[in-house]
Design a protein around this ligand. Structure first.
Ligand SMILES: NC(=O)c1ccc[n+]([C@@H]2O[C@H](COP(=O)([O-])OP(=O)(O)OC[C@H]3O[C@@H](n4cnc5c(N)ncnc54)[C@H](OP(=O)(O)O)[C@@H]3O)[C@@H](O)[C@H]2O)c1
Length: 82
């Protein structure tokens, strides 16, 4: 069994494509999926999580990771955690 905290992490979740990806996850993927959104802005991520909760209130909200400041940090994080 994996010790990873999440099965799926959406990087760049606050962007145009990222939001569509998150909406698809919320509406189509199994509700027991352990997933998280990640990005550079904690405020944007929290707003996104609230939006996603309103789409499907019965679903467990994604974790929110404020993990990186630029692309290089993102790549380093992905290598460690995913
Ligand atoms: N939109 C389309 O129709 C479309 C079609 C085909 C391909 N694409 C491609 O898909 C990708 C995303 O497009 P998009 O329209 O969704 O763009 P977007 O709305 O500008 O979103 C970009 C996302 O990437 C993050 N980001 C930008 N620079 C970053 C950096 N240096 N380090 C870490 N994160 C960074 C942004 O974070 P912040 O929120 O913090 O700024 C945001 O979450 C692009 O490569 C684009 O060429 C888009």
């Amino acid at each position: 069994m994996s010790s990873r905290p999440y099965e799926l992490v959406v990087f760049g979740a606050t962007g145009f494509t990222g939001k569509y990806t998150c909406e698809h996850i919320v509406s189509q993927l199994p509700t027991n999926l352990k997933w998280a959104v990640a990005g550079r802005s904690e405020g944007k991520l929290q707003s996104l999580v609230e939006e996603l909760k309103s789409l499907n209130p019965d679903r467990v909200a994604p974790g929110s990771l404020y993990t990186f400041t630029d692309y290089h940090d993102t790549a380093a994080y992905a290598r460690q955690k995913s």
